[in-house]
Design a protein around this ligand. Structure first.
Ligand SMILES: [Zn+2]
Length: 109
């Protein structure tokens, strides 16, 4: 993902609307690109600070952002694990069909 692409995803990420492959690519990019991370952080802090000025409670947005990124990374890990499991199940099912066909062929011919 380029910086230009990353910028397009910042608002979606801040609003919890980014998922799947785009989320994974975005997290990977901001993990290695300080400039995009800072831009995302600014958007996040601005949005959350404005929202919370109204209720007047104290908050630690930097920690909350780190927590949010950590949760999203966990989500991506499970998302990828589920994809691997799906592929594995399909492969096993395919092999079973092949074995079944070989068995039928040997039995009837
Ligand atoms: Zn970047």
């Amino acid at each position: 993902m380029t910086c230009q692409e990353s910028e397009q995803y910042i608002q979606e990420f801040v609003d919890d609307r980014l998922t799947g492959d785009a989320l994974e690519a975005f997290l990977w990019h901001i993990g290695s690109c300080k400039s995009c991370y800072n831009e995302m952080e600014t958007s996040y802090l601005l949005k959350e600070a404005l929202a919370r000025l109204e209720d007047g409670t104290s908050f630690d947005l930097h920690s909350e952002l780190k927590e949010k990124i950590s949760i999203m990374e966990q989500y991506i890990k499970w998302h990828n694990l589920a994809a691997v499991c799906r592929r594995l199940i399909l492969t096993v099912a395919g092999l079973l069909v092949v074995v079944e066909m070989m068995y039928l062929y040997l039995y009837y011919f």
